[in-house]
Design a binder for this molecule. Sequence first.
Ligand code: JD8
Length: 294
Amino acid sequence: MRVDIISIFPEYFAPLDVSLMGKARERGILDIHLHQLRDWTHDVHNTVDDTPYGGGPGMVMKPEVWGEAVDAVIEDGRAARGEDALPRLIVPTPSGRPFTQEVALEYADEPWLLFAPARYEGIDSRVVAEYGERLRTDEVSIGDYVLAGGEAAVLVMVEAVGRLLPGVLGNARSVADDSFAPGAMANLLEGPVYTKPPVWRGHEVPEVLLSGHHGRIARWRRDEALRRTLDRRPELVARLDRDGLDKHDRRVIEEFEERLEERRSAAESHAESQAESHAAFRPGFRAAPEDVAD
Ligand code: JD8
């Protein structure tokens, strides 16, 4: 896979020289090209930004510079990959569609990705409009928090996609076992993991994992993954296709929901008793249960 990245901070991508992505590049599985956006400026200050039309805070990145840069990189890539080759243009933005494992799997099937991480308030929106007519162009977000620029998002996406390419991950682990990957553990979070020693600072490894009984171990791991997902990402359990759940799974879910209900009603009655004791302490004062600190 060819990957081109255009940025005013190409040095930001040094991490792609190390570890899994570094090896993937050495093996020629990943062919990453970094480009300095300012190479396509023509003024003495190498200006890439200007004030926003309509006023408002910050600066917007100029369309002309991005236009020249993207055109040049596409020409460069077509020279290497053939005149009919075209990249998929990916523009990170907090207002983009969510980047998910499903999208990562889709991108992993692409022969050529071109990333356009911006800074400031983002890129003049006519750039995406322009290339959206010529290329498959995606505006994507890696999560509901605000970064200072798109570079970190590109690092995340290149690693999430790169590790899915054949030959990148050793056979120790297959991507089929990934959380959020289609399959048995689809949309379940990873469960707890353990290694030697069997006891550490008084903390023991769960007995079942030392049993060598693969059936029980698989069952335990699935139960733990289900419980952790119910606890931390209940919306993912709601997405599970019910036919994929066996009787034992449903039992685990019922047990969890019963405990949740017990905890909830215990908290509610505790708050009520607190409110009553407060009322008893200050006659005429009626504290609403939610105002009574736990
Ligand atoms: C690209 C400029 C900063 C964003 C003013 C802060 C992705 N999940 C994500 N959060 N933030 C980004 C992201 C932020 C970016 C750029 C991506 C380019 N900024 C801007 C608008 C508000 N500043 C992102 N993917």
